[in-house]
Design a protein around this ligand. Sequence first.
Ligand code: NAP
Length: 488
Amino acid sequence: MDGLKDAALLETRAFIGGEWRETGETLVVEDPGRAEPLAEVASADSEHATEAIDAAEAALPEWQATTADQRCAILHELDRLMGEHQEDLARILTREHGKPLDQSRGEIRYAASFVKWFAEEGRRSYGDTIPSANPDQRLVVFRQGVGITAGITPWNFPCAMITRKLAPALAAGCTFALKPAQSTPLSALALAVLCERAGVPKGVVSVIPGSSARAISEPWLEDGRVRKLSFTGSTEIGKKLAEGSAGTLKRLSLELGGNAPFLVFDDADIDEAVDGLMVAKFRNAGQSCVAANRVLVQRSVHDEFVEKLRARIEADVHPGYGLDEGSTLGPLIDEAAVSKVQRLLGQATDAGAEIVLGGDVHEAGPRFFAPTVVTDVTPKMTISSEEIFGPVVSVMTFDDESEAIRMANDTPFGLASYFYARDLGRVWRVSEGLEYGMVGVNTGLVSNAAAPFGGIKESGQGREGSRYGLEDWTELKYVAMGGVARKS
Ligand code: NAP
C-alpha cells in the first residue's frame, strides 16, 4: 500500500497469543472505492480460535494481578500511538472501507477517544460498603473483570467498533480475542500492532481474521472458559449468537441494528434540522446503525425542509474515491449493498414514493450510490422497516405529536432516535415517549466516549462507552466479613 509512513502497520498475518502467524489459508480484502483486490490476509479457522482462548487463559492470572494503574498506563500509551499514527491508520481504513480520508481520520480520533476514556475510567471502578444488620459482620461489594472475553465486530467502523470493546476489556483486567469483519481486517491488525508496541502482554489480545465467521465464533460460543461475548452487527446474527451462547450462559453484549427515526416538528429551526440530518444520514455514506433511516416531518414544514435539504445535499455531498481531494461521500461496501438500496427504492417508488434527488448508482463507480431524497414514503413500505444502509433520505409526514411518536416507535428496533423542536414541554414529552436507548434532541450526533451507547428492544443489550461501558466487563462480587464483634 502506497503512502504509509510506517509500513509495519500494514500487517496481513493473524495475531494469536502474541505471535504473528500465517494460517495456511488467505482471504482477499477489496478496495471498495475501486472495486478491486487490495490485500490478502491470513484466514483463521476453529483451531486458531481455540488457540487464542488457550493463550488468553494462560495470560489471564498475570494480567488480572496487574493494578488498574498499570493497565491504564498501557491504554494511555495505546492512545498516544494511535494519535502518532493517525494518518497511516486513516489511510489503511479508507483503502479497505472506502470512506473519505477525512472521515477516516475522524474515526481514528473517535476510536482513540474510547481508549483514553477507559484508561481514565479504569482507575475508578469503585465498590460499596453496605451497613450490616449483624454487628459481627461487615459487607463489602467490589467489581472484578469477567475473565476471558471475545468480540466480533462489523465492517462499517473498522477501528472504532473494536476500541469500544478492547479498551474496557483491558481496563477491567480481561483478556480479549477479536474476530474483525472479513472485509475490513487490516484496521484491526494495525491496532494489534499498536497494542503490542504499547506493551500489552502476550496472549492478552488476539486478533484473528477469517473467511468463515462461524468457524471462529462456534468454538468461542461452546467454550465455557469464554465468560463474555461482545458482538456488534446485525440483529439476525445477534440472535443466533444469543442462542449459541445459551449452553454456557455467557455474558452477552449485543450492539445490533437500528431503524432510527428523525423527527422534525413545526417549531424546529429548519436550518439546524437540515444540518443535523446531514450528519445523521451522510456520515459513512449512511452505513451506520445510528443513521437516520426514517425522516418524519410535520406536514406544515415538509416542503420547506425538503427544499432546503435538497439544496444542501447538492452543495455539500460529493461522491468520490476516498483518497481524492474533495470527496465527501464514499462507496457502499459491496455490490450486495448497492442492490439492496436499489431494491428498497424500487419497492418504494412502485408503491407511490417520489424520488426528488438522485435515485441510482453514481458515475464515481459501481459501488457509489448517488445522494438520494425520496418523499411520500409510508410506514408500510419496506424502506421504512429495513435498514437502508446507504445515502438515501426517506421522508414521511405526520400531523401531530402523538402521531409522530407512534410512527417513530412502530418498529422492533430501539437504538438511536433524533428530533428537532424548541418547545420545552414538547422536548420532554417526546424524549420520554421515544422507545430508544439514545435520543438526540436538536443534534444529529449522539455518540461519544463519555455517553452510554446502546439499544433496547431488538437493537440489543448492554452499553459501550461511559462508566456503564466499563461495568459491562466486570462482575459484581459481595464479601461478607464475619468475626468482627468482640467476644468478651
Ligand atoms: P453482520 O453480518 O451481522 O456481521 C457482523 C460481524 O459478525 C462480522 O464480523 C461477521 O463476520 C460476523 N458474523 C457473520 N455471520 C456470523 C455468524 N453466523 N456467527 C458469528 N459471527 C458472524 O453485520 P454487518 O453487515 O457486518 O454490519 C452491519 C450491521 O451491524 C447493521 O445491522 C448495523 O446496524 C449493525 N451495527 C450496529 C452497531 C451498534 O452499535 N448497535 C454498530 C455498527 C453496526 P464476516 O465479516 O466474516 O461476515
